[in-house]
Design a protein around this ligand. Sequence first.
Ligand SMILES: Nc1ncnc2c1ncn2[C@@H]1O[C@H](COP(=O)(O)OP(=O)(O)OP(=O)(O)O)[C@@H](O)[C@H]1O
Length: 318
Amino acid sequence: MSLLDVSHISYRNEESFVLKEISFTQQPLQNIGLAGATGSGKTTLLKIIAGLIEPTIGAVLFKEERIKGPNEKLLPGHPSIAYLSQYFELRNHYRVQEILDMAKKVADKEAGIIYEVCRIEHLLKRWTHQLSGGEKQRIALARLLVTLPELLLLDEPYSNLDPLHKNILKNVVLDLSEELNITCILVSHDPLDTLSWANEIIVLNEGKLVQQGSPKQVYNNPLDEYTAGLFGKYNLLTPALAKALSQHSDVAMQDIGRFLRPEEFSLTTEGEGLKATVKNVKFMGGYCELVLNTLNSDLILHSHETNITKGDDVYVVL
Ligand SMILES: Nc1ncnc2c1ncn2[C@@H]1O[C@H](COP(=O)(O)OP(=O)(O)OP(=O)(O)O)[C@@H](O)[C@H]1O
């Protein structure tokens, strides 16, 4: 039995359709990453799943029961589905422990495990106005978890966090399924957040579901430039370039995809690869991003060589 069954959901606001015919299912403990450009409908979809917005057409089933929207309920929302908004608020002038106690539906022992998973045990006595953004985020999450949700919808939880706090929260999110048996849908604009975490990625474009698959499928075989671009830099190969690369590499022409990621190329010694001229070099920390020109096309690739400069001739293979 699916945990969640999103069935033919469309949503129309005053102006136009924001979501069009969205359908997918989610199994218990399956991590789904929701990707899409700004305004593609991710938040609206999460809010419909949470029972906070009424869909115009379609239904969402949670454990085979239809989720009621706000038109049918005095207090919108579903008791087993928690939605963490990117604009969450914590009331001022309360201690963290009080905020959590107000929401808590679990025994102290379970609550202790949740506080441990959320890395907030040391913050319980603090006032809510004495917390950093990252700490507030983890407390807002813990406040939802103590209501015992089975499905957690995380709407850009990592935005506005510095790398340190983001990493702590990412570890918390990783532990949710393993230690607390919670199934999640996560929205993030950073492909690294979803690719490394999700079992399945769903891509929205202008309210439509345009691609669905494992992180590897979506990253390596995007169906179009929109999806390719959501998950990082890419090269769209011309037939001439694909042919030349195939001749210089051990890869047959028909096995070369339309979109190639920068790390799919490497540099080789003179005469062994396709000759290209370096147009630009960017130092990225662990590697350099090179823009090369060959056969009237630009190619972006990643290299660990640090002594390459603009104007150099290099040799590329797949
Ligand atoms: N309260 C609202 N009233 C009317 N239109 C809205 C409202 N909220 C969002 N929209 C519109 O619905 C569309 C989808 O918005 P939504 O917030 O779901 O997108 P999103 O993918 O979550 O975007 P972002 O990544 O910027 O958060 C957008 O065109 C937006 O302008």
